[in-house]
Design a binder for this molecule. Structure first.
Ligand SMILES: NC(=O)c1ccc[n+]([C@@H]2O[C@H](COP(=O)([O-])OP(=O)(O)OC[C@H]3O[C@@H](n4cnc5c(N)ncnc54)[C@H](OP(=O)(O)O)[C@@H]3O)[C@@H](O)[C@H]2O)c1
Length: 402
C-alpha cells in the first residue's frame, strides 16, 4: 500500500476555508481540470469527468463538519491503482490561518509504487494550488469609484452591477462608501456574488484607529465584511510604523472584518517592510498606478517574486492613453476601443484592473476587454510605450518612488 500527502498553508481562518471548500459535492468548483460532475445516492457518490472525458466515481466514506474533514474512496477511475482512500482536511493554524491537507492511500496496479505516488501527489498539489487561487485571488476586472460622489457614484455602481460587474473599489477618503453601499443594497445582487474593496485612510493607520475605522466603513457599505482592505498610502514620513498598521490589518482579518488584506502605493522598500511584518502570504495585492505610460517594472518584479498580486489603478491613465497612436492602431486592428486595449494589455500581464466610468456605454465596453486577445506583437508595442509618466504623486503623501 502506497500513500502520499500534499499540504498548503493559507492565511485564512480554518472555518472560512472549510466553508469555501464546501462539502464533498463541491470539489469540481475549485478543481479546474474537472469540467463536469454529477451527484447520486443522496450526495454520497460523485461522478467526475476528467478532461479526457473519463469517469471517476467516488464514494463519501466519512464527513465531520466540526473536525473539518471528509474521506472518500474511488469506485471507478482510469488510475493504475486500487483500494484508494483519500481525506481532505482543514487544520487551524492560529486564529487567522490554516493548513489544508490532502492525503491518500492506494495499491498500485501494473505500475511502480513510485510512479503512482508521484501521479497522485501531482493531482493533490495542483488541486491545492487551485484552491489557494480560488480563495486568495483578486478578480481581474472591476470598477473604480475615485472622484465619484452622490448620485454620480450611485448611478455608476448601479449601471456597473446591471452591466455585470461584481467587483467594486472604494476607499474611506473617497467619501462615497455610503453611496456605494446604498447602490449595492438597491441592486439586489447577493452579497456573496460581490467583491468589495475599501482602503484605510492615513489618519486611521494607528492600531487604535484602524479597526474602528474599518467598522465604520462596513456600516456605510451596509455589509459585515469587505473582501479586501488595503492600506491606501503608507503613513507619511513613517509616522505610524508599517509593522503597526499591517498587524492591525491582520487583526481585522482575524476578526472577519475583511477576507483579504493588502497595500497600495507601496514601493519595493515598503513592501519589504510589510512582508517582514506579516509575511508575503498575507499580502494579497499591491494596488499601484500602472498604465502603458508608467509600467512600474521594479514594483511588479518584486511583487511577483513574493507572490503578491498587482492591481493596476488608472490603467487608462485617466483617459490619457486613449489618444495614443500606437494604442489606437492596435485597437483598430482588433475592432476594439483604445480603453479595451489598455485593459486587455494589463490583464494579459496578470494585473487586476478597476477602470472607473460615469457612462453606461463605457462600462459595458470596458467589461468586454476580457474577450480581447492581444498578440505578442501588440504586447511588445505597448511595452515600448513606458515613459515613467506618473500622474498620482500627491505632495506630503507620496513615498520616494522606485
Ligand atoms: N489606490 C489609489 O491610490 C488609487 C488612486 C487612483 C485611483 N484608484 C482607483 O482606480 C480607479 C481607476 O482610476 P481612475 O478612475 O482615476 O482612472 P482611469 O480608470 O484610468 O480613468 C477613468 C477615466 O477614463 C474615462 N473612461 C473610462 N472608460 C472609458 C472608455 N471606455 N472610453 C473613454 N473614456 C473612458 C472615464 O470617463 P467617463 O466617466 O466619461 O467614462 C474617466 O474619466 C479609481 O476609480 C479608484 O477606484 C486608486
Amino acid at each position: 500500500m502506497a500513500s502520499t500527502i500534499a499540504r498548503i498553508a493559507l492565511p485564512v481562518a480554518a472555518d472560512r476555508v472549510w466553508q469555501l471548500i464546501g462539502g464533498f459535492h463541491s470539489l469540481p468548483d475549485w478543481l479546474p481540470y474537472i469540467p463536469s460532475s454529477a451527484l447520486s445516492e443522496g450526495g454520497r457518490v460523485r461522478t467526475l469527468a476528467n478532461p479526457a472525458g473519463e469517469a471517476i466515481v467516488e464514494r463519501l466514506e466519512a464527513f465531520n463538519d466540526k473536525e473539518r474533514f471528509y474521506s472518500y474512496s474511488i469506485l471507478k477511475a482510469p488510475f493504475a491503482a486500487k483500494d484508494y482512500f483519500a481525506t481532505l482536511r482543514v487544520k487551524p493554524d492560529g486564529d487567522a490561518a490554516s493548513v489544508v491537507e490532502w492525503s491518500g492511500s492506494f495499491t498500485p496496479v501494473g505500475v511502480s509504487e513510485q510512479e503512482i505516488t508521484q501521479h497522485f501527489h501531482g493531482i493533490y498539489t495542483d488541486g491545492l494550488s487551485a484552491l489557494k487561487e480560488k480563495i486568495m485571488s483578486i478578480p481581474a476586472l472591476g470598477i473604480g469609484t475615485f472622484r465619484l460622489q452622490g448620485e454620480v457614484v450611485i448611478d455608476s455602481v448601479r449601471n456597473g452591477l446591471e452591466a455585470g460587474y461584481r467587483v467594486i473599489d472604494t476607499a474611506q477618503i473617497y467619501g462615497n462608501e455610503a453611496e456605494v453601499g446604498a447602490a449595492i443594497a438597491a441592486s439586489g445582487v447577493p452579497r456573496a456574488e460581490l467583491f468589495i474593496t475599501t482602503k484605510i485612510w492615513i489618519e486611521n493607520l494607528s492600531k487604535d484607529k484602524l479597526i474602528p475605522s474599518l467598522r465604520e466603513s462596513l456600516a456605510k457599505l451596509r455589509t459585515d465584511y469587505v473582501d479586501l482592505t488595503l492600506i491606501h498610502w503608507p503613513s507619511p514620513g513613517g509616522e505610524v510604523p508599517v509593522a503597526e498598521y499591517m498587524a492591525a490589518l491582520a487583526e481585522a482579518r482575524a476578526l472577519g472584518l475583511t477576507r483579504q488584506m493588502g497595500v497600495s502605493n507601496f514601493t519595493v522598500d515598503l513592501m519589504r517592510q510589510a512582508i517582514d511584518a506579516v509575511g508575503a502570504e498575507a499580502i494579497a495585492t499591491n494596488q499601484v498606478e500602472l498604465h502603458p505610460y508608467l509600467q512600474n517594472r521594479k514594483v511588479v518584479e518584486f511583487a511577483r517574486q513574493h507572490g503578491i498580486h498587482i492591481t493596476s489603478y488608472m490603467t487608462l491613465a485617466y483617459g490619457k492613453v486613449l489618444g495614443d497612436p500606437v494604442i489606437r492602431q492596435i485597437a483598430a486592428r482588433h475592432h476594439a476601443t483604445p480603453a479595451q486595449v489598455a485593459l486587455a494589455w494589463a490583464m494579459k500581464l496578470g494585473y487586476a484592473v478597476i477602470p472607473s466610468s460615469t457612462k453606461r456605454a463605457n462600462l459595458d465596453s470596458n467589461l468586454k476587454a476580457r474577450d480581447l486577445k492581444l498578440s505578442d506583437d501588440d504586447m511588445a508595442q505597448i511595452a515600448a510605450l513606458d515613459r515613467g509618466e506618473r500622474l498620482t504623486s500627491p505632495a506630503g503623501l507620496a513615498p520616494v518612488w522606485d
